[in-house]
Design a protein around this ligand. Structure first.
Ligand SMILES: NC(=O)c1ccc[n+]([C@@H]2O[C@H](COP(=O)([O-])OP(=O)(O)OC[C@H]3O[C@@H](n4cnc5c(N)ncnc54)[C@H](OP(=O)(O)O)[C@@H]3O)[C@@H](O)[C@H]2O)c1
Length: 389
């Protein structure tokens, strides 16, 4: 059901969002309601004690919802700064430990769990310290990594066996390129620290591509749900056959919990969709969530896109040598191990409901509306230039 229609008019937006926040609770996949509908989804492993490092941001609340639904007990470890915005009602069932991965792991000492999920691994020494501390008292270490370990993405079809980036090349002057390297290197070396401490047979590494869905802290995918629900001109960048990859955050969350239940160790590319999808198929598929009249504008000329500094609109990434493989990562091993995918229209619909629910603040929505760099604010100019071309 479509809840609300995005509009760039501030007055209308405030009216809409007031309506939305007054009348629409965050309804998506309430675990209790789901359990009643489809019967209790207890895991075959029996109840597990799961520690999540992090757990209150984007991926964590979905892992918690799924783990509780399957009868597990969850503990989180954070600084107590980031407040969950979805599944908030579940957090009184979660033991919440406070510390700091930089210099205070006291709350983890002398405790034992069946598994730990490391979502908040942002430094190599953080993962080294927690995996060393927990290796004798915890059964499995599940590290949330990223496909960025494959940066630069020169090759297509990267499997889990492909080499990952380990060190910074000399003479990287471009700041954003340096950050890409740093992130990939940090994640690749963190994976190795977990494996060093727990051994390959007790370590799970999942490498998600762009995650999307409720609670996303970025606004990367908001264009699609807001514009497609509203209708009108929709810009589709890229060549006709440019592939895209993305994954619903809940599919990653559930996959990780099931790997833990099944004690399936190994490295897995957490990438969707199930079979190759072009950017055009993505947009058409996303539009299936709505029934608005749309006018697609296919901006398929790379020179034009380059000239207009338009090389990225998640999940589409311009096919340049360093990015050639980013949307061509091999996910067959993960699918074999049980990674499943929600339908795209469901992801888009749920993201749309979430965006207009009280899980997102009016300030955030307003900042998005006013963001001059965001496509909805650039598209009129782009379309005019495209038509004149
Ligand atoms: N978003 C994507 O598209 C994407 C794609 C691929 C991979 N990933 C990976 O997915 C993982 C999960 O991402 P996410 O967005 O859910 O979480 P995140 O933003 O990476 O982590 C946030 C969590 O970590 C806690 N935290 C931060 N600093 C801490 C510290 N010094 N000590 C203890 N806890 C700390 C936060 O709570 P406090 O602030 O309260 O401490 C919060 O619970 C990340 O590892 C990310 O690299 C994401």
């Amino acid at each position: 059901m479509q809840k609300s229609t995005y509009t760039s008019s501030r007055r209308k937006f405030i009216q809409n969002s007031a309506l939305a926040t007054a009348s629409i609770p965050f309804l998506i996949q309430s675990p209790n309601a789901m359990a009643q509908m489809i019967g209790e989804q207890k895991s075959k492993s029996g109840p597990l004690q799961i520690l999540i490092l992090g757990g209150t941001s984007f991926l964590g609340p979905h892992q918690i919802a799924y783990a509780l639904e399957r009868g597990h007990k969850v503990t989180t470890f954070t600084r107590g700064k980031t407040k969950p915005t979805v599944h908030t009602e579940l957090f009184d069932q979660v033991e919440q430990l406070i510390g700091d991965r930089e210099d205070n792991l006291e709350a983890l000492k002398g405790r034992s769990w069946d598994a730990v999920i490391d979502n908040s691994g942002r430094r190599v020494h953080w993962t080294k310290a927690t995996s060393e501390l927990l290796k004798d008292n915890v059964g499995i270490y599940a590290y949330t990594s990223t496909v960025s370990v494959f940066y630069p993405y020169y090759k297509s079809g990267a499997t889990e066996a492909k080499d990952v980036v380990r060190s910074m090349p000399d003479q990287i002057e471009d700041e954003s390129e340096r950050r890409n390297y740093e992130y990939g290197i940090m994640k690749a070396n963190s994976e190795s620290e977990a494996i060093k401490s727990f051994g390959a047979e007790r370590t799970i590494v999942v490498r998600p591509t762009f995650m999307t869905g409720p609670a996303d802290r970025t606004d990367r995918f908001v264009y699609w749900s807001t514009q497609l629900s509203k209708g009108g001109d929709i810009v589709i960048p890229g060549r006709e056959m440019d592939p895209v990859q993305f994954i619903d955050v809940r599919d990653i969350a559930e996959f990780m919990v099931r790997l833990i239940e099944e004690k399936t160790s190994g490295i897995f590319n957490g990438v969707g969709p199930a079979s190759p999808m072009t950017i055009r198929a993505f947009v058409h598929g996303a539009h299936a969530a709505f029934n608005s009249p749309v006018n697609y504008i296919y901006m398929d000329d790379y020179d034009f896109l380059d000239k207009n500094e338009f090389s990225f609109q998640a999940p589409w990434v311009m096919d340049r040598p360093k990015y050639h493989g980013i949307s061509r990562v091999d996910n067959s091993k993960a699918i074999e191990a049980g990674l499943t995918f929600r339908p795209l229209a469901q992801t888009i619909n749920d993201t749309h409901e979430w965006w207009y629910s009280d899980a997102v603040s009016n300030e955030r929505r307003q900042a998005y509306i006013e963001n001059a760099q965001a496509l909805h604010n650039r598209q009129e100019r782009l379309i005019n230039a495209w038509r004149k071309k």
